[in-house]
Design a protein around this ligand. Structure first.
Ligand code: NAP
Length: 270
């Protein structure tokens, strides 16, 4: 039996175990998915211990996504993003990947949203970095708006250095930026567990596709207001689903049972 797991702190409410276990059950894969909660300063050590114990693969969440870079060989995308959320322990050294980025791309493809034109990414933390590189690598021009403008400036510079096209902005530029945008990604935590939106309602319009990385609640205020403005909306559970799908496929080499994983996820979200 193969053991996979999640490294995070806290992990109690993670949706990854039921999502992956649903996939094993559907395909008859002899595997289990376990949550691990090491001390917050022991991320690297936890990866090394998991490798010693024969764990086959790990997902990584807050607060370890950067720390584990020291214990793995990151692929090009994860190295540029500066964060790893999926580790393949089947190789020596273990390899690190960022399926938040590829998950966002697949969530957009699932909704027939074209990866082209101009995107506005709000946020420059872990999710913002993943979104900016994911889109820029597809040739999308990315405007990055963040509360702390310095972080948007650093991220835009990193995207431009790797051959993409990005520009930094303060949050109060959102109105102007969105007027000419095709895609909006909320990669801030605004809207999580609260009925708030990081984007002024008046800036939303029907030519936009709007993705919210926040998935608690699934229908955020931003998505409600975007739908009312006639925009195409993609909720954060799709991104969460496809980062898990990508991890499953990397670890097992098999096509993921996407519908079974989605059903397991949605059954636990409101
Ligand atoms: P993070 O690294 O801590 O970044 C947080 C971001 O939110 C920063 O850009 C921060 O701006 C901004 N922010 C926080 N409070 C704000 C406020 N009151 N007003 C304006 N901006 C604010 O967090 P993260 O890992 O990127 O996660 C961000 C969200 O994405 C979370 O809700 C997380 O659950 C979600 N997420 C979802 C998925 C998925 O698969 N759906 C994957 C990853 C993350 P400053 O830089 O100014 O602090």
């Amino acid at each position: 039996m193969d053991v996979y797991g999640l490294l995070g702190n806290p992990v109690a409410h993670s949706l990854s175990p039921p999502m992956h276990e649903a996939a094993y059950e559907r395909l008859g894969v002899d595997a289990r998915y376990v949550s691990f909660e090491p001390p917050v300063d022991a991320g690297q050590q936890a990866v090394e211990s998991a490798a010693t114990l024969g764990v086959a693969g790990l997902n990584v969440t807050i607060p370890f996504k950067r720390d584990v870079l020291g214990a793995v060989e990151p692929d090009d995308l994860a190295a540029r993003i500066g964060a790893v959320n999926t580790i393949d322990l089947g190789s020596d050294p273990p390899t690190g990947h960022n399926t938040d980025a590829t998950g966002l791309r697949r969530a957009l493809e699932h909704h027939d949203v074209a990866l082209a034109g101009r995107a506005v990414v709000v946020g420059a933390g872990g999710a913002g970095r993943a979104a900016a590189f994911a889109l820029a690598d597809e040739g999308v021009h990315v405007d990055i708006a963040n509360r702390t403008v310095r972080k948007a400036t650093e991220l835009a510079a990193a995207v431009n250095e790797s051959g993409g096209e990005a520009a930094p902005h303060p949050l109060d530029a959102l109105g102007d930026l969105l007027a000419n945008a095709d895609l909006l990604v909320n990669a801030t935590s605004v809207g999580m567990e609260t009925d708030r939106s990081p984007v002024p309602r008046a800036a939303l319009h029907g030519r936009l596709a709007v993705v919210d990385a926040v998935y608690t609640p699934v229908e955020t205020r931003l998505l409600r207001e975007a739908a009312a403005a006639g925009a195409t909306t993609v909720d954060g559970a799709w991104m969460l689903l496809y980062q898990g799908v990508e991890a499953f496929e990397r670890w097992t080499g098999r096509d993921a049972p996407v519908t079974a994983m989605n059903d397991a996820l949605r059954a636990r979200l409101d």
